[in-house]
Design a protein. Structure first.
Lengths: 328, 437
């Protein structure tokens, strides 16, 4: 085991996969000579060369388009969005080209590609460097969507994403990059976290909290606070958002009968809406309280710190909602 | 469109409120944000502003009615809408529209009539626990209904369960607790004999009947629960307050001038108790089910009687983090918060979350007493009248100002010696006058 930051865990996974499989290559803006805006690919150009660490022009459409073409020809590209906010520029390549490829080719062509990049707020990044766009892609068949919360998961899921034969969108929360540290296995262990499996990060009795990304840490903080009040939260880290591991969620809800879903994106139409709907549909008779959500306000992420705090969900929001549920 | 006036959520634990009186009558013009009705809840009295300008069209909840949060109290017809209503086209008859046959054809129409939608069984016919609601009209969540069905719980059994959820709702935990008890009980507990329905008494001459509502009702229910839950014991100690009295007499005027706050004894008692509670945290704890929540901070509730003779009840505003505050801060906050309590302008948040309560029956001359614990707290400290008394000091009789401190505590969590030591600590702080360390 080695102790690394969240960012270093992703870097280690990329490095080791490139060492393991010559088909894996990287493409993105400033990832080569600069080593990436956040330094994720620092030192990669020197080790793997410009053919496998491709500095691309500022065109997300081109970056994703090249990745699609290369993947169709048997390569395993990992395309970096400098900020996940800008994936919108390559939206058509993702949802109309990459997602549909296998379907359009009658199953004869698969696209083993990863689109990864930093997302999320709480860093004063303002409007275009703070968004959480997972819900857009969550809606599209043919894509997989991942957002880890801990270094070991980031490491194991990145390896799984690169080895998967479908387009995988990998959201890396930038708030976690250097804040969160943890142990990851040695490269020789060939450690993988399978896509589509949630993880119970904290077992509890009274309320099931379903969440992912940076909100996992907020939920754990809230759970710690509420412990003193005798309220016990079970915190489920989805890790993979699509496909959803509803079995883990259902098992927990059967135990607690109360659900709080927490996500950082705007409330309306978020991933939590789908989770709430599935629980209501399949577990109606197990519920002892309304399903509740804590999410961002239906707004953009402002630059001013107090306003950013106001718009994005907080630990206090989770504590208040959980208290309300506990009392119900 | 008429705009509803809704019973607002006046605090996180408030589920219902009582109408004290309407400040406007039906048919009267109201302005947006103008107070139109006075509402009383468990915690506070408040005036509700009109959500819109217009005419108070219909009052749904008369004075003394108890209404759940979220329910409509009245409707306001916006002024603009009045003329709109007048000019609105007549309602469309049900037979109108593309699919309705001309009236003349209706009778002879060969088209079979659309089967009527199955009518719902009237609510009162849905008996017992299979229905969405039990006979008492309590809401049962889906999971509670499922458990009730699976375990064949009778309606009587269901009604015997004390709900701990919002508004007495029976939670999953409540039913499961009941089932566990039923499983271990040697034989089925006979259902209690039905209580005769309370008859509404007509007042005899010289009597009046007051409905138990609002704050009084909340106090009644709360204190009953407290008395039935906590195992009450009271311990009394005498404190020689010579130095305190002397200090106050000497400094009250300069204090007022310097800090703009009246110097009373209470802040001293809050300070002494808060400091001592950090040393004796079990008195600052709560017993919740099988867990003891021990707090290492002090939110001090201070009982404030309302009305000249205390006839308007009692409210307990909370001084948060009292253990961190200086005497002057405490004095200032106490004055503000007590004033707000007396003028009924206190917010629900300001009366929640106390971990310990201080009451001062001394303010009306009481010499000694047994205060009731403010559930789910574990203890309450009463400060009683300061009276000059003969005391024996070094085998001589002296006259000293003496006060009784009476601590009521929950014997389930706290034993006598612990309570006694706490009182000694408070006494020592007051007698040695340790406030400006």
């Amino acid at each position: 085991m080695r102790e690394v930051t969240f960012l270093e865990a992703i870097r280690a996974a990329l490095w080791e996969e490139m060492e393991r499989d010559p088909n894996v290559f990287l493409i993105g803006e400033d990832i080569g000579r600069l080593g990436g805006a956040f330094g994720v690919t620092h030192g990669f150009l020197e080790r793997f060369g410009a053919d496998r660490v491709v500095d691309a022009p500022i065109s997300e459409t081109a970056i994703i388009g090249v990745a699609v073409g290369a993947a169709a020809m048997g390569k395993r590209p990992v395309a970096e969005m400098q900020f996940m906010d800008f994936i919108s520029c390559g939206f058509d390549q993702v949802v109309n080209v990459a997602a549909t490829y296998r379907y359009r080719s009658g199953g004869s062509v698969s696209l083993p590609m990863v689109i990864r990049g930093p997302s999320g707020g709480y860093v004063g990044g303002s409007l275009y460097h703070s968004q959480q766009f997972e819900a857009w892609f969550f809606h599209v068949p043919g894509l997989k969507v991942v957002q880890p919360a801990f270094p070991d998961d980031a490491y194991g899921l990145m390896k799984a994403a690169i080895r998967d034969n479908n387009p995988v969108l990998f959201f890396e929360h930038k708030y976690l990059y250097r804040r969160i540290k943890g142990l990851i296995p040695q490269s020789s262990d060939d450690f993988i976290v399978p896509l589509g499996e949630a993880r119970i990060r904290r077992p509890g009795q009274h309320i099931t909290v379903v969440t992912y990304g940076a909100m996992v840490h907020f939920a754990l903080d809230a759970a710690h606070q509420l412990e003193a009040e005798g309220i016990s939260l079970e915190v489920i880290d989805l890790r993979t958002i699509k496909p959803l591991d509803m079995e883990t969620v259902y098992n927990s809800v059967r135990k607690t009968s109360k659900v709080l879903i927490v996500y950082e994106a705007p409330l309306t139409g978020g991933v939590g809406a789908e989770i709430a709907a599935r629980i209501a549909e399949h577990l109606f008779e197990w519920l002892d309280a309304p399903i509740m959500r804590v999410a961002a306000k239906d707004s953009f992420v402002p630059f001013a710190e107090p306003l950013e705090k106001f718009v994005l969900p907080s630990v206090d929001d989770i504590v208040l909602a959980a208290r309300q549920l506990a009392r119900y | 469109m008429a705009i509803p006036v809704v019973m607002p959520e006046l605090g996180e634990s408030i589920v219902e409120g009582t109408i004290v009186r309407w400040l406007k009558n039906e048919g009267e013009m109201v302005q947006e944000d103008e107070p139109i009705v006075e509402i009383m809840t468990d915690k506070v009295n408040t005036e509700l502003p009109a959500p819109a300008s217009g005419i108070l069209k219909q009052i749904l909840a008369p004075a003394n009615a108890t209404v759940r949060v979220g329910q409509d109290l009245a409707f306001i017809e916006p002024v603009g809408a009045l003329s709109e209503t007048a000019a609105a086209p007549p309602p469309i008859p049900e037979t109108a529209g593309f699919y309705a046959p001309p009236e003349s054809e209706t009778a002879a129409s060969p088209v079979p009539e659309v089967a009527p939608t199955p009518t719902e069984v009237p609510r009162e016919q849905r008996t017992g626990v299979d229905g969405r609601r039990s006979g008492r009209g309590v809401f049962l969540s889906p999971v509670v209904q499922k458990i009730v069905r699976e375990h064949n719980l009778s309606e009587q059994e269901l009604l015997s369960i004390q709900g701990t959820g919002v508004g007495g709702r029976i939670t999953r935990a409540d039913v499961e607790r009941y089932l566990a008890q039923r499983a271990t009980a040697p034989k089925p507990v006979p259902a209690p004999a039905p209580q005769p329905a309370p008859t509404v008494a007509a007042p005899h001459e010289g009597e009046e009947i007051i409905p138990l509502v609002g704050m009084r009702k909340a106090i009644a229910e709360h204190l009953t629960r407290s008395y039935q839950t906590a195992v009450h014991v009271t311990t009394v100690i005498q404190v020689d307050v010579s130095r305190l009295v002397e200090f106050r007499e000497r400094n009250k005027e300069s204090f007022q001038q310097q800090y703009g706050v009246r110097l009373t004894y209470t802040p001293f008692f809050i300070k002494a108790a808060a400091d001592a509670l950090l040393e004796f945290p079990m008195l600052n704890a709560s017993l919740v089910e099988d867990q003891i929540i021990v707090r290492h901070y002090v939110h001090m509730g201070v009982a404030v009687a309302l009305g000249e003779k205390g006839e308007e009840g009692l409210i307990v505003p909370v001084i948060r983090d009292a253990h961190k505050k200086s005497l002057i801060e405490l004095a200032r906050e106490l004055e503000t918060i007590a004033q707000r309590a007396r003028t009924k302008s206190i917010s629900p948040a300001e009366v929640q979350g106390a971990t310990f309560t201080l009451t001062n029956p001394g303010s009306y001359g009481a010499l000694i007493g047994t205060p009731l614990i403010n559930h789910p707290q574990t203890a309450i400290l009463g400060t009683y009248a300061i009276v000059k008394m003969p005391v024996v000091i070094q085998d001589m009789i002296a006259i000293r100002p003496i006060m009784h401190l009476c601590l009521s505590y929950d014997h389930r969590l706290v034993d006598g010696m612990y309570a006694g030591r706490f009182l000694q600590r408070v006494k020592q702080a007051i007698e040695a006058f340790e406030f400006f360390r």
